[in-house]
Design a protein. Structure first.
Length: 75
């Protein structure tokens, strides 16, 4: 078979037997949950050292500038 770059969506793909069923991902997960365990996975990217240092410095500067502002406001 030669790839021609053709593609079919929805009912046309179903008619050509390229897919078994048309359904949403929620419908698929709901049906699969009856006889399978489903897990939700989150990936938390570790921030680079440079980014963590910059964030810490911003917090310190913000804290110091906030203290100075509060000192000016006191009688």
């Amino acid at each position: 078979m030669v790839a021609t770059g053709e593609h079919w969506y929805g009912t046309r793909a179903l008619e050509r037997k390229l897919i078994d069923i048309i359904q949403t991902s929620d419908d698929y997960l709901l049906a699969a949950s009856k006889d399978r365990d489903i897990f939700e996975v989150h990936y938390k990217r570790r921030r680079p050292l440079q980014e963590r240092l910059a964030s810490g410095i911003r917090a310190v500067v913000k804290g110091v500038s906030g203290e100075r502002w509060q000192d000016r406001m006191l009688p």
